[in-house]
Design a binder for this molecule. Structure first.
Ligand SMILES: [Zn+2]
Ligand SMILES: [Zn+2]
Length: 259
């Protein structure tokens, strides 16, 4: 029960805003990069749930279904494969280890473990992408009657820190022990449905919610519209959407439960 009693982060979130972009043709014609018609934004902590692939976003009385990861303007040299730029960037892609039972996570580069250092349950390796922006399926609104919204949510935060016994202080003569911890790594992550993550085209950014059984049939569309085709031939599966940040934590442990 350590983890559920566990940490209370101070939530001093850094400001990190992510946009949901709907394009329009540039006034300079169809051959030049598109402009943005709408770009509502949310803090990334909220965006990884509210803009996740499958979600409906209502703008100006039209309904858009989030269809993937997107940036405008495109990174230079990646005009037709914008997602590739981010998938290769260490700032956006991170390989992690997450516990299947509690909220521990580790860095895949640094930890080499099959079992969680907290609760000793099995861990699994995943890739996580920090979203750089979202956009609707094909850049178009949907007919509400034809589509169903699919919702996924960010989990309770994950922590990478295992506190040393010496850092814990007793609270008077009770079973409660506590620690004030500064600058620790915390992860907020949307694991999709049943921890299966998302399947994402590493070229166009088109994405779907991954099902437990991968059939190899992907229902992925470009999250924008232009005259180029994407064959979606480089889809990465079971990707988590999330981000890591540093925060101060106040940790509380109920001694009896921990033993
Ligand atoms: Zn664990
Ligand atoms: Zn694609």
């Amino acid at each position: 029960m350590f983890y559920s009693e566990g940490y209370i982060p101070s939530y001093s979130f850094p400001k990190n805003v992510v946009r949901f972009c709907v394009e329009k043709n540039s006034e300079y014609g169809r051959r030049v990069p598109k402009d943005i018609r709408y770009a509502p934004e949310r803090d990334i902590a909220v965006a990884i749930s509210e803009y996740a692939p499958g979600r409906f976003i209502t703008i100006d009385k039209k309904i858009y279904r989030s269809g993937g990861l997107y940036s405008n303007p495109r990174p230079k040299g990646y005009e037709h494969n914008q997602a590739e730029y981010y998938f290769m960037s260490k700032d956006y892609r991170k390989d992690i280890i997450v516990c299947t039972e509690c909220n521990w996570f580790g860095d895949e580069q640094e930890e080499n473990t099959e079992y969680c250092p907290y609760c000793h349950a099995r861990v699994e390796k995943r890739s996580m992408i920090k979203p750089w922006g979202f956009a609707p399926v094909k850049g178009q609104p949907v007919k509400y009657e034809d589509e169903e919204e699919e919702k996924t949510y960010a989990e309770a935060p994950y922590y990478s820190y295992v506190p040393k016994d010496t850092e814990m202080q007793n609270y008077k003569h009770t079973y409660i022990r506590f620690a004030n911890l500064q600058d620790h790594h915390v992860l907020t992550v949307n694991m999709g449905k049943k921890r299966n993550g998302f399947n994402i085209c590493t070229k166009c950014g088109g994405a779907e919610i991954a099902e437990p059984l991968q059939t190899g049939d992907f229902r992925v569309f470009k999250p924008y519209y232009d005259r180029y085709q994407c064959s979606h031939d480089r889809i990465e599966t079971n990707i988590y959407l999330g981000y890591e940040f540093l925060t101060d934590m106040f940790m509380l442990v109920h001694h009896k439960l921990n033993n």
